[in-house]
Design a protein. Structure first.
Length: 382
């Protein structure tokens, strides 16, 4: 009999046993069975639910389903009641990290390291914080230290792959992801890295498998939602793409690339006002990111604001001469200047590069006309 089934039977025979319930909840949490873990803990009588071990697992469950504020509250209550330990500190720091409160997370983590000493779990959390701060070399050091203590630790191996991906070390990231998934097929960060690499290589089937596996366990994973939304967009499933990408930016509001994917999808749907808002959200995150200025240039030129469009286009191309949105805006601007041949040539270059997802077999005039007709049609304009 499997441990999960055995503990389920034991708890059925002794339904007030908090220790058994905690052990069974741990197995469910490890397997990603969050609803089942909640049912096990919620089925205990009130007196048993007030025990520290149960309260800790309820806080961990909140953390794993994305209720970061609720997890923080529960863990702070445990600390206030005199409970202490590296697991409580770890989960509190993780809850703070997920709320983008990096300084507070670092303080909790450093305090725990001083009082309890180092551990694989705390080193992994240090790596997560470093990755969010885009300190890739530091993150790699923390991961290496964790793997020195536990060479096949699943999370450390997955974070190594994701960190190398974010650092632009694509080949090394792919190798690290493959190594991790060979040992731990459902490791979340490795699935994200492998899915993202497959998406960039236009191996859409493989990408979909990885993102679907990631979402099966963590349905609110911003990066997995972003990848799945982009796959829908590439397949021409624009309304599905828009909804999935909206969920992605709700859970991951500081990811510029996802705002751009949402904005482009909204443009293709003719939702010009919504697209402009999405590009402005991206611009708020980084005012020197060329693609945001280029996106706003596209909106301006489609809406008949040529002076603003030209200014945003030039700003985008000054920041990055290879900027995709800036170059597409330039095709619109050239067309409006009567330079059809140059517009068509640049548009063909962009199509040849695969730089305009969801667009194929069109010339720039037809593409612009299609966008304008959708913009002016009214019902899909938000």
């Amino acid at each position: 009999m499997l441990p999960l089934d055995r503990l389920t039977n034991y708890l059925a025979a002794d339904p007030v046993n908090a220790e058994l319930a905690c052990a069974l909840a741990d197995l469910h949490l490890e397997a990603g069975h969050f609803a089942e873990a909640g049912q096990v803990l919620g089925g205990l009588p009130a007196g048993a639910q007030s025990q520290a071990g149960v309260q800790f697992r309820l806080a961990r469950l909140a953390l794993m389903v994305g209720d970061y504020a609720g997890a923080e509250q529960g863990l702070q209550q445990l600390l206030a009641a005199g409970q202490d330990g590296p697991a409580i500190a770890h989960d509190l720091a993780f809850a703070l990290l997920c709320q983008r409160r990096l300084d507070a997370a670092s303080r909790v983590l450093q305090d725990s390291l001083q009082r309890h000493g180092t551990s694989v779990e705390l080193l992994v959390l240090q790596a997560r914080i470093a990755l969010m701060e885009r300190q890739f070399a530091q993150a790699e050091q923390h991961v290496a230290a964790a793997l020195a203590l536990e060479p096949e630790n699943a999370v450390a191996m997955g974070l190594r792959a994701l960190g190398r991906l974010d650092a632009g070390e694509l080949q090394s990231a792919g190798e690290a992801a493959a190594l991790c998934l060979a040992l731990h097929p459902d490791q979340h960060e490795a699935l994200l890295a492998a899915g993202s690499l497959a998406l960039w290589q236009r191996d859409d089937g493989t990408a979909e498998i990885h993102f679907a596996n990631a979402l099966a366990r963590f349905p609110n994973s911003g990066r997995a939602l972003s990848g799945m939304g982009q796959l829908h967009m590439l397949a021409g499933e624009l309304e599905q793409a828009r909804e999935v990408l909206r969920r992605a930016v709700e859970t991951m509001p500081d990811h510029i690339g996802t705002w751009h994917a949402l904005a482009w999808t909204q443009l293709l749907l003719g939702e010009v006002t919504a697209a402009e808002e999405s590009y402005r959200k991206a611009l708020e995150l980084d005012r020197n990111f060329a693609e945001s200025h280029g996106g706003l240039a596209i909106v301006d030129l489609l809406l008949g604001r040529p002076l603003e469009g030209e200014a945003n286009m030039k700003r985008a191309l000054k920041l990055d001469p290879r900027c995709i949105s800036g170059r597409y805006a330039r095709t619109l601007w050239l067309e409006q200047q009567g330079e059809q041949a140059r517009s068509t040539k640049l548009f063909a270059e962009l199509l040849g590069e695969g730089a305009l997802p969801g667009v194929s077999g069109q010339d720039p005039q037809a593409m612009a006309s299609r966008l304008k007709s959708r913009i002016l049609s009214g019902p899909s304009r938000h």
